[in-house]
Each structure stands twice: as C-alpha cells, then as structure tokens.
Design a binder for this molecule. Sequence first.
Ligand SMILES: Nc1ncnc2c1ncn2[C@@H]1O[C@H](COP(=O)(O)OP(=O)(O)O)[C@@H](O)[C@H]1O
Ligand SMILES: [Mg+2]
Length: 270
Amino acid sequence: MTTQTREPAISVRAVTKSYQDLHVLRGVDFDVAAGSIFALLGSNGAGKTTLVRILSTLLKADSGSASVHGFDVSSVPADVRRSISLTGQFAAVDGVLTGRENLVLIAKLRHQRNPGAIADDLLARFSLTEAGNRRAATYSGGMRRRLDIAMSLVGKPPVVFLDEPTTGLDPQARIEVWQTVKQLAKDGTTILLTTQYLDEAEQLADRIAILHKGTIIQHGTLAELRQLLPSAKVEYVEKQPTLEDVFLALVGGSSDTTDEAAIPAGEESR
Ligand SMILES: Nc1ncnc2c1ncn2[C@@H]1O[C@H](COP(=O)(O)OP(=O)(O)O)[C@@H](O)[C@H]1O
Ligand SMILES: [Mg+2]
C-alpha cells in the first residue's frame, strides 16, 4: 500500500455511448478502489471493450464523466494515458522478436532509462527468463499473454486495464495469467479486468460488476452477489449459489438473447 490515496483509482459516472442507434452504454456508474482488482463481467457484446476504450481515452463517451488515477478522461487524457496500461484481447506481441526484444522495444518507445534491465526484471517476474531469448512466435498461448501483460507494465503504470486477458487460452494458461494478475495486485497496482468468464471473476476480483443491457445491474463482492440468491433456491440446499447462478438469475438466462427468458436450470459450459 504505497501510492494509494483515499479517492478511488477509477470513477465512472453516468457514462453513455451509442453507435448510431445502438445504445451500448446507457448510464454506467462504479468506482474502483486503489490497489484492488475489479472485474467487469458481461456477455459478448455487453459493452465491456467500449467502456475500457473510454477509460483509456481511446474513445469519447457521449455523456457522463470518468476519472482514472485522479485525472478526468476527457479534459486531461494525456495524464490518464501516462497513468495506465491497456492489454487488449489481441496480443501486441511481435512474434518475430524474442520476448526480451519485445520488452526492450517497448521500454525504448516509452523512453525508459535502462531498457535492458527493465526487460530482464519483467522476464523474471513473469517466469519468462529462460524463454527470453526465443522468438515469441514459439511461445505457448499463456507465455505469449504473460509477455503481453509484462509489456504493458513497462513504466510501472498504477492502473492496468486487462480486456479479456484469458479469452482463447487453455485452462493451464489461464491459471498462469491469473497468478500473474494476483501478483500484480499484491504489488499495489489497481486492475480493472473485463471477462465473460464467471470463474475468472470469482477467482480474481475483489469486487465484481455485471454489465448488462447498458448498465451495471449489480455490483459487490462475490459474497454480496451470492446473497442475492438464497441458498435454498439452489439445487442442493447446503450449497452456496455460484456466481454463475447469480449471473443467470440477474441477466435472465441465455446470455445472447435479449428477451426476458426464464432462468435455466443450469449451464453446461463449465
Ligand atoms: N465501432 C463500432 N461501431 C458500431 N458498433 C460497435 C462498434 N464497436 C462496438 N460495437 C458494438 O457495440 C456492442 C458492444 O461492443 P463491445 O464493447 O466490443 O462489447 P464486449 O467487449 O462486451 O464484447 C456490440 O454490439 C458491438 O457490435
Ligand atoms: Mg470486448
């Protein structure tokens, strides 16, 4: 707990965004405490990337306001950009370069003083030292994603956005990325991650917000979200509702339909 202030690291108020007739964000509000992991959970197309792009100043909201690390995203975007990193769904890693070369390149681009030392330090932190001199094209999916996250940390941004950090990864690689994210938060970094995976939110997040039909329909700790469903309504009386039970109850069933479907008994996707 070094650089934290009392004010939230991320603050979002009444943010709206439409693409022509498509009202993707209809008034989104939430705060993220400094040094915490916040999961924005939503189905495919819910607007997670749109929100992350607004918070990282790549896109302007139609209305509402947001601040990151104390800086307003619309009035001082350059200050916001200096305070953040963004890792997208599609890795920025250059496969022709080695892992180390990728890191050195980014460190140079960000005008860091000792690019080689920064690269070596990050390789070590992400258990990539041995692989560091191999072309990134030879890396497994998990290694590549870890390298991608490592690259986003050059310059030590206090706030990190991870947009679906494990989408497309195999189970082992996902666990590796989860460990990386947990370690980052331990070091005091504020992390906002988006995910469509309920188990990912369960595993990682201090707080979870569910984005559905343009608004945050529910947010809280995992324990708080579980309390939304009495355990007696779950299949086994003694079983706590999972986040999946809560999510399905809140969004009204199958995630890619918009009609108010009945709550299905369960989903086989886990
Ligand atoms: N540039 C754009 N122009 C038009 N529609 C867009 C654009 N970007 C995203 N959308 C639409 O907005 C909705 C939300 O997209 P997105 O924020 O990418 O969702 P998510 O990241 O939660 O999957 C989707 O229906 C998507 O097709
Ligand atoms: Mg997305």
